[in-house]
Every structure is written in structure tokens, then in C-alpha cells.
Design a binder for this molecule. Sequence first.
Ligand code: K7E
Ligand code: CUA
Ligand code: CA
Length: 626
Amino acid sequence: MTDINPDDKDVSEHVRISRRKFLGSSAILAGAATTGAAAALLTPAAQASTGNSSATVELGELDEYYGFWSGGHQGEVRILGIPSMRELMRIPVFNVDSATGWGLTDESKEVLGENAPLNGDCHHPHMSMVDGRYDGKYVFINDKANNRVARIRCDIMKTDKITKIPHVQAIHGLRVQKVPYTKYVFANAEFRIPHPNDGRDIDSPENYRTMFSALDAESMDVAWQVIVDGNLDNTDCDYTGKYAYSTSYNSEGGVDLVGTMRDERDHLVVFNIKRIEAAIKAGKFTTLPGSDVPIVDGRKGSKLTSYIPVPKNPHGINTAPDGRYAIANGKLSPTATVIDLHKLDDLFAGKIKPRDTVAAEVELGLGPLHTAFDGRGNAYTTLFIDSQICKWDIEKAIQAYNGKKVNYIKQKLDVMYQPGHNHSTMGETRDADGKWLISLCKFSKDRFLNCGPLHPENDQLIDISGDEMKLVHDGPAFAEPHDCMMVHRSKVHPRKIYKRDDPSFATTVARAKKDGVILEQDNKIIRDGKKVRVYMTSIAPTYGMNEFRVKQGDQVTVIVTNLDQIEDVTHGFCLVDHGVGMEISPQQTASITFTADRVGVHWYYCNWFCHALHMEMRGRMLVEKA
Ligand code: K7E
Ligand code: CUA
Ligand code: CA
């Protein structure tokens, strides 16, 4: 293969086809068709014919959408501009970030908890809503690695709360209540464990359980938990505010691969939120050692839940913007199951059986994982094994399921390669606008320059505004954007500089007050036994202190207040050889604590470029023998 000339059309077509074969796809014909479509797309005419102005954002122009991207096991959330696919910002959450000092500063440690694990595994970012529409306030994100849920404040785009969910392992599916507003954040725990997990039942997997958790979106406390049968994978909720529902791929309770694939059907478990709240209010709950979170029993037979059998090892569950249907994606079945949400009231009233809520089981292709919507009655389902997006008409699919001879599949588009989630602009809200679709491909193979054995993922932008889906952009991404969401820019209004009373540094402000320090003007050292607090200001290109003096062994806290008022003039504070570095944006106060364990001269400097004399923005920490 090494002597293939990539300019030779026949050869490159040959390579392309064998690559798709290698990936297990039978879509050779479709592959050839895409080649043509992709080439045509690069011409302005092709773009105009789709109805979108352009996938290109002109120099100096702003994107139309904020994209919030999960950073996967990198532990962060990223902001992309859509449709340019430019990465605009990174928001550290469950990771350490040496640029901003996340995980190093006192303020971030207060959010993370002093002894927090500093790895994470983010999957599902979702924004808070009012009446089924984004409200621009918070983005929530799960941590599968350490059973946590975090909240990002969208006014400053920083993480402000992290909650550890008790009694469960592997928080995976995460969604917000859409209606009437985001009172709850729902979180699925994927793995089953003994309850309590104190050494009992290790060898009795039949006694393992998992739970569905609801967090109060404002306090971020866990409001309640529901014990379920099977496991929990993804979750979503409806547009009445009454129900949430989660897929379970392990209704079998298996502890190995074969065990989780034994049955032809698993289930979707539906949670009746009002009944759960009423049960807790009536005191019908238990608790487990180590927390006082009320726990209700939602296993089969409970009035709080209902179990709808769906084919096999379902993964994504997605509610259509019209509020009528939810789509459970089959994964090991080539089907998606359409649930009629209008029948859930009857289901819980005992008037119908769980399977009566199934409006259709739709054959789509191999490996359906997630479905997105355009607000025009179409669904877009990722086919992992086929490496395709399948566009289909929901109403026609229901007609076909009921015996009518109609073609519900509108188009299958090849993507490169192996898509997991996809997401449409505003598509998880009532405002689904059907403009752009992102296919988050798990493999990029040879779409990019080879950077070694570890490959980037490939986040592909697809124009869905016209009748035909058109692939317009390949976006390499570092591990691993499981999911994303795209919010119109009119919904999000971040600040440009901090307010002095921002709660993110309120604790530091309170401590300064106790020390009698006015942060906005004082440059002062407060000694408190072996604890030394060094308060200084910064205005480009100087710190309020050129030097400060401490004793060996002192525990030193440096508190910097950035007095600059000008947008984008962020300073840093980095102390050489001490693991100390942080961001101080305009009007922000930030602090960091370390031990001055070595006598001598230690320089500190500004590590965010701020001024022509940025290099000169520095000073000395002088450490004397104790
Ligand atoms: Cu990777 Cu939503 Cu965690 Cu699907 S999830 S692919
Ligand atoms: Cu201040 Cu660079
Ligand atoms: Ca199963």
C-alpha cells in the first residue's frame, strides 16, 4: 500500500472502498454517492441549494450557535462555534488545567472538594430549560468515572458545583427536566452494585441494584433516588414534566458480555415524577448508610415506574420536539422503537399494557445508537455499524409499522466513521430548527494526518436544512465527545468581565474581609502562625508586589485581584518550580496555596499574555530560613 499514489483517482477510490469494507459496512454504493455529494458541496451553488447561507463563517464574523461539547474522559466541556466548528473555549470540570489553575486554585478546590479525584469521564452536556426551551443559565455534565454531576454557570462559563451521587457507580445518562422548568437534573447510574456496598453480596450479582437519581438543579443536592430492575444507560424526559425514562441494556443483570446480551428484549423504564414526589412526601422511603437521600423502590410492580419491553440492548433515548414521541435506539437490534408519550397517562392509570405504548418498531440499519430531530417530523439516527446517518419520517414509519406500504427512509448518508451520538441545532427543545446536524464519529481512521497510534475522533457537520443531508465539514476532536448540544447564540449571554461580587470567589472575599484587607487596593501580607496570606493586585503590566518575604515551611496563599477593567486583559500568576499557576481575568480574584519549602529566591511571573511588557510582569518570593 505504501507506493499508492494518492492522486490516482481509481486507486484512492479503491482505498476508500476497502476502508469501508474493513469497517464492516456493506454500503459501497452509498460510499461512491457520498464522494460526489461531498465534492459538490464545496461549491457555493451546492450550499445555496440546501437553503443554508453557508457553512463558512467569514473572517471576523461570529457563529450562529454555541456548541457545548463533552470532553469525554479528558474531563472537560468545550465550546465550539457552529457552523465554523472552531473551538472557542475549554471549561475544565473534572480535570486539572494548568492554564486556568482549575484543580490548583483554592476556589476550584472548593468546587471540586479538597480530596477530589482529578480525572473524569464526561458524556452528556445539557442546558437548563424553561417550558422546553433553553434558558441560557446552566450546562450540566456527568462524570461516569467518579459518579458525579457538575454544573457550569453560563454567565462566566465556569464550573460552580459538583455533586457526588451516593450509593451508585458510573453516572452515565444525564438530562434535565424540560417542563415547566429544570427543577431536576436526572442521572442514570449504569453499573449495578450491592446496596449498601459494604462487602456484602460480592458473589451474589442477583442482589446487585442500581438507582435513578434526581438532583435539585439549583442546590445541586440529590433530591431522591429510585431503585430499578436492570441497569440504566441513557435517559430523557417529556414535554409535560410528568415523566422521565431510561434505557436499560442489562435487564438480564449480567456481569459479563454474554450475560448482558442473553435476552431479545430489554426495557425502557418510565419514572412517574409526581408519584415519586408524593411517595417521598408521604414518608414512604428508605435511606442507606452515609447519606440521608430518600430512596424509593421502583422495581417491577411498583406504581412509581413502568417497564416497557424494547429490543435488544437499547442505547440512546430521544424525545421528539413535538413532545409526542420518544425514540429508543436498538443497538443490537437494527430497529428504533417509537414510544407514544401521549399513552403514558393511560399506562400509569392501568388502562393499557406497557407494550401498548409502542407506536412502531422501525427497521433502520445496523447499530442504531442515538436519534436527533429537525422539527419537521424527521428523525436522524446514527447507525454505528453501518457508519451512516439514517434520515427517516416518523409518521410514515408508524404507518409502515401498521401495514401501509410507504417508504419511511428518506436518506442514508455515509459518515466517517462509526457515529455514536448525533445532535441537531436546538433539537432537544421545542425550538428545533433543523439547520445543522453533528455526527460524532468514534473513529477518524485516515481522514486526518497521522498523529501516531492514538487517533482523534471526527465530529462531522451536516447541513440538514434542505431535503438532502449534506456533509460539509470534518472536525478532529480529542478524546472523546460522546455528546454535544447546539444552542442559538440569542439564548446565551456570558459576561465579558467579572462582577466584583461574583460568587465564584466569595469565600476568598470573606477571608480578606476577616483579614482587614480591601482586595481592590491593598497589597499586604497577613501572617497567621505558619499560614501566610499574600494579597496583591494586578494592573497590566505589574503586580501590586514586586517581592514578598516568607519563612521556610510557611503555608503560603497568594491572592491576586485583577484590577484591569478592559475586556480580554487576563493576567496569570505562576510561581516557578512550585506547581503554582492560575488565571485572573478582569475584575476577578483568584488564590492558590502552597508550601514555601525551599529557602532562596523564587520568581513568579504572569503567564497570560497581557501587555507589551508582559514578560516584565514578574516578582520574587524570598524564602528565609525559619
Ligand atoms: Cu457514548 Cu451517550 Cu455515553 Cu452513546 S454515550 S455513543
Ligand atoms: Cu499580566 Cu501577562
Ligand atoms: Ca440485554
